[in-house]
Design a protein. Structure first.
Lengths: 223, 235, 235
């Protein structure tokens, strides 16, 4: 626990001191939303569904490019090596990195939501909490995958291309579920209406956080 | 690999396939609703079964590779992905060929086709990794992890896509999918076709697997030679 | 005789088709210092990486404190400290934060106090709360040393500790090595050329054709040295 908190705290402090993970995520999300605004035909009454879709598109693309920064940044000064040298359990390292990455994605999601609401004329309704749940669960699931697969970004040739290629199809169930819950929330439906979708998101997160926890040690080592 | 096994497997696959072809095109009665086109079903479903079984094999090979560390499991997993992708592509193609006359479009986002497509993307990514990146033990470990993660994702994809599709009835009609086959001859044909495709899969897998084993042996040999030269003081 | 700290058995490492180490035998007794000499790419960094449990050997094995490096658990990692040309320091954290982090990771009791004492010991107390990004090379190096030793390792692995240092920096490293050895730590250092520390008798080795052999004092350049090894020695 001590090690987990120490590493997490370190990542959060570094982010506040100019880590640029969150900045990268937010900027990318903003860019995608801008592109979508100009590229999509706005259908009348399609607001919540389009807005939810746009929001998740922005987050997925931002995440593809930005969510692995927590691992990539460790390479400066060989710090990843130092972490692997230390007695820290690789699974604990994974848990800490996952939490940090998810935190940054959630922060970016908040910013992206505000922007999406502005760009797509969405309503701030009572179901904002439901929207929040969807985004948090989605960010957790995405980070779980991204942190595990980040090793590929770092150590494989063509890693920057391969990571998005792999994450997107694997993330599909969470994407579908996340958009469904978000659309429901934005049209004012209560949490219960999107119950099944939330269940899928939860199952997804549990499954891949567990998988990452068990498999991380096999991908994070050196040659 | 054992030539006899090769031959026996190949021969039985060929025989079974010929029987299946006869049954599909001649013996089995035409289905009432969809007409002749429905016969694609007897190819479409076995391909899907083979693809799914193959990807399950990839995950198992991946687990064993991470556990035991012996190259044979990686070779098995790699072969299984390649053959699985072949049949997965066939599922999508046959699905498309089936969709056009029935629904008038070349592609439909019905739950089963969508799931297969997502699978196709996942394992396509696996193949890209192995193609682009270097051929090292570390990449093999990555591949094993991806195979496991992808297999874990399959049930979630199935459930979520099915739920997704029930809300968009649009183009869709619930397909037979193995249930509601009125004539027992249809069931028999399906089973025979299933057996034929499984044998074909096994034969192709064996083929590719032995190829990869040979490649591994060559690589080991090359390494040994490099080591020997190194020891002797050559460059 | 006390059990060796490091003991290798037919250790070998090949990267792809390039062998770097082969049939390497190396032994280090507790409390001793060893220097492994070699040029770039000769494998000395790889050797240290294997000892640190970061890289798995391709052939053979290495035992550190009696434990196979491939099966290294936290208990053994806690007893090893390493310094390399990379500082292992987070530039945006302060000196104190860096030390406290690693102290916590190595389960040092009273991490804050221990970090404090090391900062004082290495003359960094005044810059304790400055970010490492602002440090001079000498200060960074002192901090890297503190990081490597903060958990009281029994084995220190130093990868080219004198490279890129000025006179003062080199003096500091010498002091560090001496005090570590005085405290019973064992040391393996790598270098391009042999170095001396007052009062310490090092075991000198070099890497020739992937093997660790006793160092031969020669004035001839590397290639010449190899040839002279093959030439019969004048009686």
């Amino acid at each position: 626990m001590n090690a987990f908190l120490a590493i997490l705290r370190k990542d959060l402090i570094l982010e506040l001191r100019g880590g640029r993970s969150t900045t990268a995520l937010v900027s990318l999300a903003l860019l995608v939303l801008v592109v979508l605004t100009f590229a999509l035909e706005r259908t009348a009454g399609g607001g919540p569904a389009t807005g939810a879709g746009a929001l998740w598109i922005a987050l997925v693309f931002a995440g593809m490019l930005g969510a692995t920064r927590v691992m990539v940044a460790e390479q400066e000064n060989g710090c990843l090596r130092a972490l692997l040298l230390s007695p820290v359990d690789r699974a604990i390292l994974y848990a800490a990195k996952l939490t940090a990455s998810a935190t940054f994605m959630i922060a970016a999601a908040v910013a992206a939501t505000i922007m999406a609401m502005l760009f797509f004329n969405l309503e701030f309704s009572d179901s904002l909490a439901t929207l929040g749940i969807a985004l948090i669960l989605g960010a957790l699931g995405f980070s779980a995958l991204a942190t595990l697969l980040a090793a590929i970004s770092i150590r494989a040739r063509g890693g920057e291309l391969l990571l998005p290629l792999l994450i997107v199809p694997i993330f599909v169930p969470a994407l579908i579920a996340g958009v469904k819950v978000s659309a429901a929330a934005l049209s004012g439906a209560p949490l219960a209406a999107a119950r099944e979708w939330v269940g899928i998101l939860v199952a997804f997160d549990v499954l891949f956080i567990a998988a990452g926890y068990l498999l991380f040690e096999h991908v994070v080592g050196e040659e | 690999m054992n030539r006899r096994l090769y031959g026996a497997l190949g021969l039985s696959a060929l025989t079974a396939m010929l029987v299946a072809l006869y049954m599909v095109f001649v013996w089995v009665p035409t289905e009432a609703d969809q007409g002749i086109v429905q016969r694609i079903f007897y190819f479409h479903v076995p391909c899907a079964w083979v693809a799914f079984a193959s990807f399950g094999l990839v995950a198992i090979a991946g687990i064993f590779y991470l556990w035991m560390g012996t190259q044979i499991w990686d070779d098995l997993g790699y072969a299984a992905v390649e053959i699985g992708m072949l049949f997965c592509t066939l599922v999508l193609i046959t699905g498309s060929l089936w969709a056009k006359p029935i629904w008038g479009t070349w592609w439909t986002w019905d739950s089963r086709l969508t799931t297969t497509f997502v699978l196709w993307l996942m394992y396509g990514g696996y193949l890209m990794l192995r193609t682009i990146a270097d051929d090292t033990e570390q990449i093999a470990r990555f591949a094993a992890v991806i195979g496991i993660v992808a297999a874990l994702d399959v049930p979630v994809v199935i459930v979520s896509v099915r739920l997704w599709r029930t809300i968009h009835p649009a183009v869709l009609v619930t397909r037979q999918g193995g249930h509601g086959l009125e004539d027992p001859r249809m069931v028999v044909t399906l089973l025979v076709s299933l057996a034929a495709f499984t044998l074909l899969f096994a034969w192709l897998l064996l083929l590719r697997f032995s190829e990869l084993r040979m490649r591994t042996r060559l690589a080991t040999l090359a390494r040994d030679i490099a080591l020997a030269r190194f020891r002797a003081g050559a460059a | 005789m006390a059990a060796p700290v490091i003991e290798t058995h037919a250790l070998g490492k090949t990267f792809g088709l390039t062998p770097v180490l082969q049939d390497t035998e190396f032994r280090l007794s507790p409390g001793r210092g060893a220097i492994v000499i070699g040029g770039n790419g000769c494998g000395k960094s790889t050797l240290l990486s294997i000892f640190a449990g970061l890289v798995a050997p391709s052939q053979g094995y290495a035992l550190i404190f009696g434990e196979d490096t491939r099966r290294f658990g936290p208990r053994y990692r806690r007893r090893i400290g390493m310094m390399s040309h990379q500082s292992f320091l987070y530039p945006n954290l302060t000196a104190r934060e860096n030390l406290e982090l690693y102290a916590r990771l190595y389960e040092v009791s009273a991490p804050r106090e221990v970090a404090e004492s090391w900062l004082a010991r290495l003359g960094l107390a005044d810059s304790a709360d400055d970010r490492v990004r602002t440090f001079s090379r000498g200060m960074e190096q002192r901090l890297a040393a503190a990081r490597a030793m903060i958990h009281g390792p029994s084995l220190l692995l130093l990868d080219e500790p004198f490279t890129g240092l000025d006179f003062d920096g080199a003096a500091r490293v010498r002091t560090l090595i001496k005090s570590a050895l005085d405290e019973g730590c064992s040391i393996v250092a790598t270098a391009h050329t042999p170095f001396a520390v007052e009062g310490i008798e090092f075991e000198l080795y070099e890497i020739v054709r992937g093997q660790v052999v006793p160092y031969q004092e020669e004035d001839a350049p590397r290639r010449g040295r190899l040839r002279s090894l093959l030439r019969p020695r004048p009686s």
